[in-house]
Design a protein. Structure first.
Length: 224
């Protein structure tokens, strides 16, 4: 199987006079799970939206397998993005949503999931936050895209759901390149094959949890 690669470079973004992102470079290969860390307001969600083409910027270069993909239309089938907010229309049933979103050959397997099966005959509007979040995560991971951007996937999930989602992410990383950011940093650390920290507009490579302390993302253990 070909090991697909995405390279994003030159990303710059300002809101007013404040620079949020400055000359960002990021490379993700299929088989990798890149954990993205940064404090609130550091620009993590902004970066993900720029990468997948939802937020236009004048300075951005995207190459997938060496081919330029700078137009949003070029990225629709290449990158799947998990929003922090709901993205499924409320009037749809869960079953209808699944049939619309994923390959028909995968529908039966998808629906056998212990968390999905009880929801099949319900409307999206009647799901709890955790049920909806779980469904959205699984739909994004089952997408045919080569790369997946996950924005706060663990938010609102029960401990058991987190365990299953963690397994789903690791399993899907065999065929996809995955970028994940979540305030539940321990779970991100547990599954990531590489780590990045977004600080003062710059994206830097970090090696371990200790460097999150050193860079001020986590408070020093001595404080507690």
């Amino acid at each position: 199987m070909k090991k697909h690669v995405i390279e994003v470079s030159g990303i710059r973004k300002k809101f007013g006079l404040k620079t949020i992102l400055s000359d960002i470079y990021l490379k993700i290969e299929v088989g990798e799970i890149i954990g993205l860390f940064g404090r609130n307001g550091s620009g993590k969600s902004t970066l993900l939206k720029i990468i997948c083409g939802l937020l236009p910027v004048s300075d951005k270069s995207v190459f997938i397998d060496g081919v330029s993909k700078n137009k949003s239309s070029d990225l629709i089938n290449e990158i799947a993005y998990l929003y922090q907010n709901q993205f499924i229309p409320n009037h749809l049933s869960v079953m209808r949503t699944i049939r619309l979103a994923i390959d028909k050959q995968k529908v039966t397997f998808f629906c056998e999931d212990v968390f999905v099966k009880p929801l099949l005959n319900r409307k999206i509007r009647n799901l709890s936050f955790g049920e909806l979040r779980y469904l959205q995560i699984k739909l994004v991971l089952f997408n045919t895209s080569k790369f997946v951007l996950l924005d706060e996937p663990f938010n609102g999930l029960s401990p058991k759901m987190i365990e299953v989602v963690t397994e789903l992410i690791e399993e899907n990383s065999k065929e996809k390149g995955i970028l994940i950011t979540d305030h539940n940093y321990e779970n991100v650390l547990k599954i990531s094959t590489g780590l990045r920290l977004l600080k003062e507009g710059k994206l830097q490579i970090i090696k371990n949890k200790a460097e999150l302390f050193e860079n001020g993302y986590l408070a020093s253990p001595a404080v507690f």
